[in-house]
Design a protein around this ligand. Sequence first.
Ligand code: NAP
Length: 262
Amino acid sequence: MDSRADEAARPRALVTGAGAGLGREYTRRLAADSYDLVLVGRNEARLRELAQQLESEFSIRAEVVPADLSAAEGIDAIRAVIESTRVDLLINNAGYGLKHGLLDSDPDELAELDTVLSGAVRDLSVAAAKEMKARGRGGIINVSSLAALTTMGQYAASKSAALVFTEALAGELRDTPVTVTAVLPGFIRTEFHERLGVDRPGPGWIWLDVEHVVTRSLADARRGKVVSIPGWQYRLAAQVAHVAPRSLIRLGSEKFSFERNS
Ligand SMILES: NC(=O)c1ccc[n+]([C@@H]2O[C@H](COP(=O)([O-])OP(=O)(O)OC[C@H]3O[C@@H](n4cnc5c(N)ncnc54)[C@H](OP(=O)(O)O)[C@@H]3O)[C@@H](O)[C@H]2O)c1
């Protein structure tokens, strides 16, 4: 067992959606960097197993706080952790997609998705930013998506809100040591598409590995970059999206549908 002094000296990160995909890789990378961790998600058993693995492999402390971030109680529980304990790095990563479009989805489903992808990101970021600003250090990473630059349904609308929010917060924290970074990945090999119940679309080269996304986004965050786009193909796509007429973006977004492509 390590001493309390060691624990006090180690940085501490809170990662939402820590049990799978990108979140799981963030936790492994941070544990290897001697971060203590707070693991957040709905699947408590999976998070506890991960916490045990990380603690024994990397000699760090990993706590589990189960929470459903589509509900106010879940967000409040994580906000309470942020306000009552030291969190040096917050990674708002939890997320998922919807298979159906706006008109074919239940309105409650759309609202829940918006809460996880945007509302929770906003509330937890604001709470963490206040604490970090007062402490004079800290970082926030919000996992948005390249879809934020498209018009692909509620997912794109909520990811876009998370992107603009993150940029606005970074502006308010410009003269402080606190960094805020939005990550805009393209397609990543995770459980995301399995959970959606769709095959992975497109050719192999469009797929990013979680390792690459985590390496690039952590490096960009450390440099204080406000927007991180892992993968050369997606940096190029983002440049095209910024200069393309919006009507073309809308047309392309309409043509892309998980329902049609599955
Ligand atoms: N994969 C891609 O192609 C891709 C592309 C661009 C952006 N992204 C974004 O990357 C982030 C990570 O996704 P991923 O690709 O790693 O997918 P993933 O493998 O399916 O993991 C998603 C994680 O989010 C958690 N989660 C989902 N709903 C939640 C809720 N209501 N409350 C709390 N936690 C919740 C899940 O944990 P529990 O089930 O335990 O709750 C899981 O750990 C998401 O924000 C996603 O939108 C993914």
